[in-house]
Design a protein around this ligand. Structure first.
Ligand code: AMP
Length: 406
């Protein structure tokens, strides 16, 4: 029987899709529909014979998914012949309700809708994805994979903010954490590389992409993570500030008269590396830094310093650390970030090997020195494969929505 899963990830104006073999991780095709609802949409489809780019009107997410299906029909592989088993959806916020993937049904859609106030930028787009995929694939099982689910193991003392009870009880204000599918995939692959059962290893995993977060993982369970109620807290990111004195928004409001929406927007979209250097893409920052640009130098230092602080903090949370693991675009491709963030930590047992670290690996790789008490690993993440695997696991378990861990 085939293990093919169509993985869908919807943003407010984009829809990413890939056809993944959940057993092998092989991607049969993938693509991106951009500029949904902005006049002319752009569809980029990758199939066996290369890239195909088409422009056509894409008014909404339904038209976007139809455009993706047309790309499959035109450039292959044929979805008709592919024997797809299920559709797997990335959903950003599952609140405290979802600690595992769940079959999509009316009740789940209602629950995800109730969580919109916690993720006003993401969940509405994810809901559109669920709605249109159910309409266009009425006979296929659909599974929602939540970014927050992996962190539902956080202990109470780690997820609780020191705020009044009514905020916590009536408004669900607490730390949730994100990048869960990446952490699930990377922690398993890291344990494999160490040659030890996941249940026996303690890891500090640094997911450094456009969004960045750190997680302390004890025996496969998330026990502390840097993103909070929303993905704004924690490390310095491409366009998000990460940690900040909570008094800053009130200060800006008093000084500049900015609305909360304007401040929220600026902290999410024009802060982080973009705010520090004018650029959110790490490659651009590195070019500028090589040319002696002062903002790029400072941006790099602030970025790495924040990572170092979290490594130290999570070391203390875990007590014993087997490996520090780098993943995602920057984590995998920027040896200088790994070197700078971990320099001088020999007393903690963390010793990088400069030559081994000089890599941009496409498979799990050890970059620490021989005999380093704490291993340093680079593990490419593969969120689509993880979504496909979790989707099929739910489908194969055969349960209805009520026995999928809700
Ligand atoms: P992701 O969200 O995982 O796709 O990661 C995106 C980030 O990775 C962007 O900031 C890119 O600039 C960065 N990135 C991708 N390739 C490289 C590279 N070769 N060197 C440095 N950063 C990279």
């Amino acid at each position: 029987m085939s293990a093919l899963v169509l993985v869908i990830n919807t943003g407010s104006s984009s829809l990413k899709y890939s056809l993944v073999d959940a057993d092998s991780g092989e991607k049969r095709a993938d693509g991106l529909v951009e500029r949904i609802g902005e006049g002319t949409g752009v569809i980029t489809h990758h199939a066996a014979d290369g890239e195909h780019r088409v422009e056509r009107p894409v008014a909404d997410h339904e038209q976007a998914l139809r455009a993706a299906l047309d790309a499959f029909a035109e450039h292959g592989p044929s979805l008709h012949d592919a024997d797809i088993r299920a559709v797997g959806h990335r959903v950003v916020h599952g609140g405290a309700r979802f600690s595992s993937p769940a079959r999509v049904d009316d009740e789940l859609i209602e629950a995800v809708t109730e969580l919109v106030p916690l993720a006003p930028l993401h969940n509405p787009a994810n809901l559109e994805g669920l709605r249109v995929a159910r309409k266009l694939f009425p006979d296929l099982p659909q599974v929602a994979i939540f970014d927050t689910a992996f962190h539902q193991t956080l202990p109470e003392h780690a997820y609780t903010y020191a705020v009044p009870r009514s905020w916590r009880d009536d408004h669900q204000i607490r730390r949730y954490g994100f990048h869960g599918t990446s952490y699930a995939f990377v922690s398993r692959a890291a344990a494999d590389l160490l040659g030890r059962p996941l249940e026996e290893v303690n890891l500090i995993v640094l997911h450094l992409g456009n969004g960045c977060s750190a997680t302390a993982i004890e025996g496969g369970r998330s026990v502390e993570t840097s993103m909070g109620l929303t993905p704004l807290e924690g490390l310095v990111m491409g366009t998000r500030s990460g940690d900040l004195d909570p008094a800053v928004p009130a200060h800006l409001h008093r000084q500049l008269g900015w609305s909360l929406e304007e401040i929220d927007d600026a902290l999410n979209k024009t802060s982080g590396l973009k705010g520090l250097t004018g650029h959110n893409d790490f490659r651009t920052l590195e070019k500028l830094r090589a040319d002696g640009d002062e903002d790029a130098r400072l941006g790099f230092e602030v970025y790495c310093h924040r990572i170092r602080k979290y490594v130290g903090a999570y070391y203390a949370v875990l007590g014993h650390v087997d490996a520090v693991v780098f993943t995602a675009g920057v984590g995998q491709n920027a040896p200088q970030v790994r070197a700078r963030s971990l320099s001088g930590l020999e007393r903690l047992g963390v010793v990088l090997d400069a030559e081994r670290n000089d890599v941009r690996p496409d498979r799990p790789t050890v970059v620490s020195a021989e005999g380093s008490e704490v291993a340093v690993l680079v593990v490419p993440t593969n969120e689509e494969w993880e979504i496909a695997r979790q989707t099929l696991a739910v489908v194969d378990a055969g349960g209805g929505p009520d026995d999928t861990g809700r």
